[in-house]
Design a protein around this ligand. Sequence first.
Ligand SMILES: NC(=O)c1ccc[n+]([C@@H]2O[C@H](COP(=O)([O-])OP(=O)(O)OC[C@H]3O[C@@H](n4cnc5c(N)ncnc54)[C@H](OP(=O)(O)O)[C@@H]3O)[C@@H](O)[C@H]2O)c1
Length: 287
Amino acid sequence: MVETIKLANGVEMPQLGFGVFQMDDLDECRRAVSQAIQVGYRLFDTAATYGNEAAVGQAIRESGIPRDQFFITSKMWISDYQGAAPEKAIDHSLSALGLDYIDLYLIHMPYGDVFNAWRAMEKAYQAGKLRAIGISNFSPDQTTNLMLFNQVKPQVNQLEVNPWNQQRENVTFNQSQGIQPEAWAPFAEGKDQIFTNQTLQTIAQAHQKTTGQVILRWLMQRKIVTIPKSVHRKRMQENFDIFDFSLSYDEMQMIGQLDRHKSQFFDPHDPAAMKAIVQGGRPGANQ
Ligand SMILES: NC(=O)c1ccc[n+]([C@@H]2O[C@H](COP(=O)([O-])OP(=O)(O)OC[C@H]3O[C@@H](n4cnc5c(N)ncnc54)[C@H](OP(=O)(O)O)[C@@H]3O)[C@@H](O)[C@H]2O)c1
């Protein structure tokens, strides 16, 4: 049974969900989301820039499960932050998903006219189109700057968090502010043999679980929401089956020691990465 976390505005968010980044084939995306719904996932994480909001919405409608059982996240891309574009981007996400409201809407990257984007999101939040609003890839100073000059506090900050890049400082900062941290790429997309790491394997064997399940459990115990992606039903099931065991303090410490304090994809605060992303890259894609 997936536990929920109460956001600062009282909205309940499942602690475990399903991500659909790099599901460019819309039939595959719809099929994967349908299977994930059958497995039991109710939180789905998409974004305007993934190009698959419509496929996610279709799978949700086809499930026949009431809308209020789901928690749907989407994100605004940098090219929509300026002028009147944010309002249109929110309406576009709503119509692509085929929904009357989105549970959580995020500023995808902390570059460009984020203040303009945020103020449009505040209005849509107050109008009931968005149940919660948040940010992604923001550092503590960027988050503080946004909070100091706006009315609505971000509810969530979605960050890369995995055993290679544990983001302790940023996670702790968000938690201290009542902002829920959410981990993208919990498996570092499998980079650097994360699934066969010796430490993770030893812990997995002790619990008769897989390394993937140990990673997700480690995030649950750090009170971080996460959204692993898979197009394979067996793995969706495996990634969902993490609520019948706990890691000990020592096991949590052992995983803590795997931290390399470095992204496997991009450092959102590195000027070169920033430039590449603004000029058309999709964060994390094929790196
Ligand atoms: N805010 C941002 O900037 C940002 C950036 C990146 C991602 N995200 C979000 O975070 C979500 C998750 O991150 P991600 O998709 O980049 O990476 P991820 O969840 O860390 O890893 C996905 C990869 O792991 C494989 N996998 C999944 N479960 C597995 C298991 N149990 N055993 C072995 N392999 C397994 C998948 O393969 P198969 O599919 O072949 O099973 C896929 O190649 C995304 O889908 C997206 O929603 C957000």
